[in-house]
Design a protein around this ligand. Structure first.
Ligand code: AMP
Length: 300
Protein backbone atom coordinates (compact mmCIF):
# COMPACT_ATOMS: atom_id res chain seq x y z
CA UNK A 1 0.00 0.00 0.00
CA UNK A 2 1.18 3.51 -0.65
CA UNK A 3 2.19 6.33 1.67
CA UNK A 4 1.30 9.94 0.92
CA UNK A 5 3.94 12.29 2.33
CA UNK A 6 3.44 16.03 2.63
CA UNK A 7 6.13 18.30 4.06
CA UNK A 8 8.96 20.57 3.03
CA UNK A 9 11.05 19.92 -0.08
CA UNK A 10 14.01 22.11 0.67
CA UNK A 11 17.54 23.19 0.04
CA UNK A 12 19.53 22.85 3.25
CA UNK A 13 22.82 24.57 4.07
CA UNK A 14 24.36 22.67 6.95
CA UNK A 15 27.40 23.48 9.05
CA UNK A 16 28.95 21.03 11.50
CA UNK A 17 32.17 21.50 13.51
CA UNK A 18 33.95 19.51 10.79
CA UNK A 19 32.45 20.60 7.48
CA UNK A 20 30.03 22.83 5.66
CA UNK A 21 27.68 21.82 2.84
CA UNK A 22 25.52 24.40 1.06
CA UNK A 23 22.22 23.79 -0.75
CA UNK A 24 21.87 20.07 -0.25
CA UNK A 25 18.58 18.34 -0.92
CA UNK A 26 16.65 18.49 2.35
CA UNK A 27 13.26 19.12 3.85
CA UNK A 28 11.05 16.94 6.00
CA UNK A 29 9.21 15.44 3.00
CA UNK A 30 12.45 14.65 1.12
CA UNK A 31 13.95 12.75 4.05
CA UNK A 32 10.67 11.01 4.92
CA UNK A 33 9.84 10.05 1.31
CA UNK A 34 13.25 8.57 0.55
CA UNK A 35 13.15 6.61 3.84
CA UNK A 36 9.62 5.31 3.15
CA UNK A 37 10.54 4.38 -0.43
CA UNK A 38 12.68 1.45 0.77
CA UNK A 39 9.49 -0.26 1.91
CA UNK A 40 6.46 0.99 -0.04
CA UNK A 41 5.35 3.21 -2.95
CA UNK A 42 5.43 6.90 -2.02
CA UNK A 43 3.42 9.87 -3.27
CA UNK A 44 5.15 13.16 -2.51
CA UNK A 45 3.23 16.40 -1.98
CA UNK A 46 5.42 19.48 -1.93
CA UNK A 47 6.55 22.58 -3.79
CA UNK A 48 9.87 23.73 -5.22
CA UNK A 49 11.07 26.83 -7.05
CA UNK A 50 12.91 27.39 -10.32
CA UNK A 51 16.24 27.05 -8.49
CA UNK A 52 15.57 23.42 -7.54
CA UNK A 53 18.28 21.34 -9.25
CA UNK A 54 17.15 18.73 -11.78
CA UNK A 55 19.48 16.20 -10.18
CA UNK A 56 17.36 16.30 -7.03
CA UNK A 57 14.24 15.52 -9.06
CA UNK A 58 16.18 12.60 -10.59
CA UNK A 59 17.08 11.44 -7.09
CA UNK A 60 13.39 11.25 -6.11
CA UNK A 61 12.73 9.39 -9.36
CA UNK A 62 15.48 6.86 -8.68
CA UNK A 63 13.63 6.05 -5.47
CA UNK A 64 10.43 5.46 -7.42
CA UNK A 65 8.71 8.38 -5.69
CA UNK A 66 5.51 9.53 -7.43
CA UNK A 67 6.06 13.22 -8.20
CA UNK A 68 2.68 14.17 -9.59
CA UNK A 69 2.10 16.06 -6.34
CA UNK A 70 5.37 18.00 -6.53
CA UNK A 71 4.55 21.49 -7.76
CA UNK A 72 7.19 23.53 -9.59
CA UNK A 73 6.90 27.32 -9.35
CA UNK A 74 9.37 28.50 -12.00
CA UNK A 75 9.62 32.12 -10.88
CA UNK A 76 9.87 31.33 -7.17
CA UNK A 77 12.58 30.15 -4.79
CA UNK A 78 12.74 26.80 -3.04
CA UNK A 79 12.36 26.75 0.75
CA UNK A 80 15.89 27.20 2.12
CA UNK A 81 16.95 26.29 5.64
CA UNK A 82 20.39 26.74 7.13
CA UNK A 83 21.54 25.34 10.41
CA UNK A 84 24.65 24.84 12.48
CA UNK A 85 25.56 22.02 14.86
CA UNK A 86 27.63 22.34 18.01
CA UNK A 87 30.37 19.84 18.91
CA UNK A 88 27.64 17.98 20.76
CA UNK A 89 25.50 17.24 17.74
CA UNK A 90 22.34 17.03 19.84
CA UNK A 91 22.48 20.82 19.81
CA UNK A 92 21.59 22.68 16.65
CA UNK A 93 20.73 26.25 15.82
CA UNK A 94 18.66 27.45 12.91
CA UNK A 95 20.65 30.23 11.24
CA UNK A 96 18.12 31.18 8.62
CA UNK A 97 14.83 30.08 7.07
CA UNK A 98 13.67 31.45 3.72
CA UNK A 99 10.13 30.31 3.02
CA UNK A 100 10.17 31.05 -0.71
CA UNK A 101 7.42 29.24 -2.61
CA UNK A 102 6.09 27.58 0.54
CA UNK A 103 4.74 30.90 1.80
CA UNK A 104 1.70 30.84 -0.51
CA UNK A 105 1.48 27.08 -1.01
CA UNK A 106 -1.98 25.49 -0.77
CA UNK A 107 -1.82 22.17 -2.58
CA UNK A 108 -4.73 20.50 -4.33
CA UNK A 109 -4.03 16.79 -4.36
CA UNK A 110 -3.72 15.11 -7.75
CA UNK A 111 -6.48 12.64 -8.59
CA UNK A 112 -6.02 9.35 -6.78
CA UNK A 113 -3.83 10.79 -4.03
CA UNK A 114 -6.84 11.34 -1.75
CA UNK A 115 -7.29 7.58 -1.40
CA UNK A 116 -3.77 6.86 -0.12
CA UNK A 117 -4.20 4.55 2.88
CA UNK A 118 -1.17 5.81 4.82
CA UNK A 119 -0.70 9.53 5.33
CA UNK A 120 2.41 11.12 6.73
CA UNK A 121 2.04 14.80 7.61
CA UNK A 122 5.75 15.53 7.91
CA UNK A 123 6.93 18.76 9.45
CA UNK A 124 5.38 21.80 7.74
CA UNK A 125 2.91 24.41 9.02
CA UNK A 126 -0.06 22.72 10.74
CA UNK A 127 -2.61 24.63 8.63
CA UNK A 128 -1.05 23.02 5.54
CA UNK A 129 -1.11 19.63 7.22
CA UNK A 130 -4.82 20.19 7.99
CA UNK A 131 -5.46 21.41 4.45
CA UNK A 132 -4.06 18.14 3.03
CA UNK A 133 -5.91 16.05 5.60
CA UNK A 134 -9.20 17.74 4.60
CA UNK A 135 -8.75 16.31 1.10
CA UNK A 136 -8.11 12.71 2.17
CA UNK A 137 -10.83 10.06 1.87
CA UNK A 138 -10.88 7.55 4.71
CA UNK A 139 -7.16 6.97 5.22
CA UNK A 140 -6.23 3.90 7.20
CA UNK A 141 -3.54 5.50 9.33
CA UNK A 142 -2.43 9.12 9.76
CA UNK A 143 0.86 10.15 11.35
CA UNK A 144 2.04 13.70 12.00
CA UNK A 145 5.30 15.34 12.99
CA UNK A 146 5.82 18.97 14.03
CA UNK A 147 8.45 21.25 15.52
CA UNK A 148 8.96 23.84 18.26
CA UNK A 149 8.27 26.71 15.82
CA UNK A 150 4.65 25.60 15.24
CA UNK A 151 4.10 25.02 18.96
CA UNK A 152 5.20 28.64 19.43
CA UNK A 153 3.33 30.36 16.62
CA UNK A 154 0.45 28.06 15.63
CA UNK A 155 -0.53 26.12 18.73
CA UNK A 156 -4.28 26.29 17.99
CA UNK A 157 -3.75 24.58 14.63
CA UNK A 158 -1.46 21.98 16.21
CA UNK A 159 -4.23 21.20 18.73
CA UNK A 160 -6.78 20.86 15.88
CA UNK A 161 -4.39 18.52 14.11
CA UNK A 162 -3.86 16.36 17.19
CA UNK A 163 -7.59 15.61 17.32
CA UNK A 164 -7.42 14.12 13.81
CA UNK A 165 -4.26 12.03 13.68
CA UNK A 166 -3.62 8.47 14.83
CA UNK A 167 0.07 8.87 15.60
CA UNK A 168 1.89 11.98 16.76
CA UNK A 169 5.68 11.93 16.72
CA UNK A 170 7.68 14.62 18.50
CA UNK A 171 11.01 14.96 20.24
CA UNK A 172 11.38 15.18 24.00
CA UNK A 173 11.91 18.94 24.16
CA UNK A 174 8.80 19.49 22.03
CA UNK A 175 6.84 17.11 24.28
CA UNK A 176 7.89 19.13 27.29
CA UNK A 177 7.01 22.38 25.54
CA UNK A 178 3.56 21.09 24.53
CA UNK A 179 2.63 19.56 27.88
CA UNK A 180 4.57 21.74 30.29
CA UNK A 181 6.12 18.79 32.07
CA UNK A 182 9.65 17.42 32.06
CA UNK A 183 8.42 13.94 32.84
CA UNK A 184 8.06 11.91 29.66
CA UNK A 185 5.40 9.58 31.15
CA UNK A 186 3.22 12.50 32.20
CA UNK A 187 3.85 14.21 28.85
CA UNK A 188 2.70 11.13 26.91
CA UNK A 189 -0.45 10.85 29.01
CA UNK A 190 -1.28 14.49 28.32
CA UNK A 191 -0.65 14.12 24.58
CA UNK A 192 -3.01 11.11 24.43
CA UNK A 193 -5.67 13.34 26.03
CA UNK A 194 -5.15 15.85 23.19
CA UNK A 195 -6.22 13.22 20.65
CA UNK A 196 -3.72 10.72 19.23
CA UNK A 197 -4.07 7.06 20.26
CA UNK A 198 -0.44 6.48 19.39
CA UNK A 199 2.40 8.72 20.57
CA UNK A 200 6.14 8.47 20.00
CA UNK A 201 8.57 10.69 21.88
CA UNK A 202 11.99 10.72 20.20
CA UNK A 203 15.02 11.13 22.38
CA UNK A 204 17.75 11.56 19.77
CA UNK A 205 20.73 9.30 20.38
CA UNK A 206 18.81 7.78 23.31
CA UNK A 207 16.10 6.24 21.12
CA UNK A 208 12.35 6.59 21.40
CA UNK A 209 9.41 5.87 23.69
CA UNK A 210 6.17 4.62 22.14
CA UNK A 211 2.79 4.55 23.82
CA UNK A 212 -0.42 3.12 22.39
CA UNK A 213 -3.48 1.05 23.29
CA UNK A 214 -1.20 -2.02 23.47
CA UNK A 215 1.03 -0.42 26.10
CA UNK A 216 4.51 1.03 25.87
CA UNK A 217 7.58 0.13 23.84
CA UNK A 218 11.03 1.51 24.40
CA UNK A 219 13.71 1.37 21.74
CA UNK A 220 17.31 2.51 21.88
CA UNK A 221 18.87 4.29 18.91
CA UNK A 222 21.24 2.25 16.75
CA UNK A 223 24.69 3.10 18.18
CA UNK A 224 26.86 4.95 15.65
CA UNK A 225 30.61 5.49 15.87
CA UNK A 226 30.56 8.39 13.45
CA UNK A 227 27.70 10.89 13.32
CA UNK A 228 28.30 13.18 10.35
CA UNK A 229 25.02 15.13 10.21
CA UNK A 230 21.79 14.28 12.07
CA UNK A 231 19.64 16.60 9.93
CA UNK A 232 16.54 14.73 8.83
CA UNK A 233 17.05 11.74 11.13
CA UNK A 234 13.63 12.34 12.72
CA UNK A 235 11.97 12.58 9.30
CA UNK A 236 13.77 9.43 8.13
CA UNK A 237 12.63 7.68 11.31
CA UNK A 238 8.95 8.41 10.75
CA UNK A 239 9.28 7.87 6.97
CA UNK A 240 10.83 4.44 7.50
CA UNK A 241 8.20 3.62 10.11
CA UNK A 242 5.30 4.56 7.81
CA UNK A 243 6.83 2.82 4.78
CA UNK A 244 7.31 -0.36 6.78
CA UNK A 245 3.73 -0.23 8.11
CA UNK A 246 2.36 0.26 4.60
CA UNK A 247 4.27 -2.82 3.45
CA UNK A 248 2.72 -5.07 6.11
CA UNK A 249 -0.40 -7.20 5.74
CA UNK A 250 -3.21 -7.21 8.31
CA UNK A 251 -4.05 -4.71 11.05
CA UNK A 252 -1.34 -2.05 11.32
CA UNK A 253 -1.22 -2.09 15.13
CA UNK A 254 0.30 -5.59 15.04
CA UNK A 255 3.29 -4.23 13.16
CA UNK A 256 3.87 -0.92 14.90
CA UNK A 257 6.73 -2.07 17.12
CA UNK A 258 8.64 -3.63 14.22
CA UNK A 259 7.90 -0.47 12.23
CA UNK A 260 9.52 1.60 14.99
CA UNK A 261 12.64 -0.58 14.83
CA UNK A 262 12.79 -0.19 11.03
CA UNK A 263 12.32 3.57 11.39
CA UNK A 264 15.11 3.70 13.98
CA UNK A 265 17.51 1.85 11.70
CA UNK A 266 16.59 3.90 8.61
CA UNK A 267 17.16 7.10 10.61
CA UNK A 268 20.57 5.84 11.74
CA UNK A 269 21.82 5.73 8.14
CA UNK A 270 20.70 9.31 7.66
CA UNK A 271 23.13 10.47 10.39
CA UNK A 272 26.12 8.90 8.64
CA UNK A 273 26.26 11.43 5.81
CA UNK A 274 25.38 15.03 5.03
CA UNK A 275 21.77 15.58 4.05
CA UNK A 276 20.55 12.58 2.09
CA UNK A 277 24.02 11.53 0.89
CA UNK A 278 24.22 8.31 2.89
CA UNK A 279 20.53 7.36 2.79
CA UNK A 280 20.49 7.50 -0.98
CA UNK A 281 23.38 5.04 -1.21
CA UNK A 282 21.85 2.24 0.83
CA UNK A 283 19.51 -0.58 -0.16
CA UNK A 284 16.68 -2.40 1.59
CA UNK A 285 19.24 -5.19 2.18
CA UNK A 286 21.46 -2.80 4.16
CA UNK A 287 18.48 -1.83 6.32
CA UNK A 288 17.53 -5.47 6.92
CA UNK A 289 21.10 -6.38 7.90
CA UNK A 290 21.26 -3.50 10.37
CA UNK A 291 17.86 -4.48 11.80
CA UNK A 292 19.32 -7.93 12.50
CA UNK A 293 22.32 -6.34 14.26
CA UNK A 294 19.91 -4.16 16.21
CA UNK A 295 17.80 -7.17 17.23
CA UNK A 296 20.91 -8.98 18.45
CA UNK A 297 21.91 -5.94 20.53
CA UNK A 298 18.60 -5.65 22.36
CA UNK A 299 17.91 -9.36 22.89
CA UNK A 300 18.58 -10.72 26.36
P1 AMP B 1 14.99 17.24 11.50
O1 AMP B 1 16.48 17.17 11.54
O2 AMP B 1 14.33 15.89 11.52
O3 AMP B 1 14.43 18.21 12.49
O4 AMP B 1 14.57 17.83 10.08
C1 AMP B 1 15.40 18.71 9.39
C2 AMP B 1 14.69 19.16 8.13
O5 AMP B 1 13.61 20.02 8.49
C3 AMP B 1 15.61 19.95 7.22
O6 AMP B 1 15.85 19.21 6.05
C4 AMP B 1 14.87 21.26 6.96
O7 AMP B 1 14.79 21.60 5.59
C5 AMP B 1 13.48 21.03 7.51
N1 AMP B 1 12.95 22.23 8.15
C6 AMP B 1 13.63 23.21 8.80
N2 AMP B 1 12.80 24.17 9.25
C7 AMP B 1 11.55 23.78 8.89
C8 AMP B 1 10.24 24.35 9.04
N3 AMP B 1 10.04 25.53 9.66
N4 AMP B 1 9.18 23.66 8.56
C9 AMP B 1 9.37 22.48 7.96
N5 AMP B 1 10.57 21.91 7.73
C10 AMP B 1 11.65 22.54 8.19
Amino acid sequence: MSVLVVGTTALDSIRTPKAENPRLLGGSASHASVAASFFAPVKLVGVVGGDFPKRYVSLYERHGIDLEGLQHVKDGKTFHWSGEYEVNMNNRQTLNTELGVIEHYKPTLPKGYERSPYVLLANISPDLQLHVLDQMKKPKFIAADSMDLWLNIALDDVMKLLKRVDLFVLNDSEAHQLTETDNVMKAIKRIHKMGPRFVIVKKGEHGAVYSGPDGMFITPAFPLANVVDPTGAGDSFVGGLMGYLASCKGPFHRHLRRAIVHGTVTGSFCCEGFGLKRTTKITRGDIDRRVKEFDAMVKC
